[in-house]
Design a protein. Sequence first.
Length: 353
Amino acid sequence: MSHLPRTRRSHTRMPLVAAARGESPSRRPVWFMRQAGRSLPEYRALRADHGMLESCFDADLVCEITLQPVRRHDVDAAILFSDIVVPLKAAGIGLDIVAGTGPVIESPVRTAGDVDALPRLDPAAVGAVSRAVAQILDQLDDTTALIGFAGAPFTLASYLIEGGPSRNYVQTKALMRGDPDTWHVLMARLADITITFLQVQLDAGVDAVQVFDSWAGALSVADYRTYVAPHIGRVFAEIAGYGVPRIHFGVGTGELLADMAAPADVIGVDWRVPLEEAVRRISGPKAVQGNLDPTVLFAGPTVLEREIRSLLADGQRALAAGAIGHIVNLGHGVLPDTDPDALTRAVELIHSL
Ligand code: CP3
């Protein structure tokens, strides 16, 4: 791509980056997965006239939607408004994002021929994302980090192979175990797309990245090591040179935490495993991110305050057990019906304690 890498912003005043690096943040950093989206009336108003994918390829809309939760909640990070299937769409794969369902693939990928025919991602095809990052950075103050992201090869493969969301990943695992050669070619091709998409965002100046392997928790540790870890290892290694925090997150990944943390700087933990326990399962100097159950936001202010206090205490124990930092987040994304005021209240409380 022809554009020159942007000069990276100063990170010295960003609590999120400080926590990820094991430095002392000026306040406890908090952001929420899916903080941009249907919980916000201003998001629903904007989206009324624009499709999901259309919005993701419109730099002005991406910028505005990314900044909405920052203005409203005073979170310590913006997360780029995009989707894990955006680079697949940009590469030319026929797909849509269907409200209430998720990504739907026109022609599922099932054979060696299908894999061979997969297009590659030309960075110019996600130029709108690059322009959006530049616009967002112009508007963010120097304490708020912009997090870029991409889907991990396994989670992307699961959508491509199943053709949409799945409960049991039957076809995905059938290909994985039944034709490992084709599987590894597919994973390598998806890793290339993930790397290119992350590099585009990093070249444009994002302050951190999160790799979502949302559905990796469907795998045993043994299968994860054989079929996934080499590819994800390459993704993290290829972006290490940028020197920005690299966060790795999945759902139901308690048994995979050691393997998922290994290539990353920050390990995202879902709500099933206490942060202190997560630290005991991993090795090396890592920060932890998480892990309030998103349904706690529906339980009223008294329960919310109790659960936040309990999370922050768990975070302190995680630090005592060896974590180098704690970034507060939910254990998975904000649910669409969440009252946005509960999120604002949660941020205020987390910053005040
Ligand atoms: O605020 C943020 O976190 C940034 C935006 C973001 C979206 N998708 C926007 C979105 C991020 C980080 C994602 C990643 C993503 N997309 C993941 C990984 C994160 C996770 O949840 O585990 C996955 C698995 C997807 C695939 C996907 N896209 C799903 C499952 C859905 C939900 C379908 C639905 O309608 O319930 C989408 C659509 C989507 N992506 C929406 C948003 C705001 C909702 C679309 C809408 O507003 O109509």
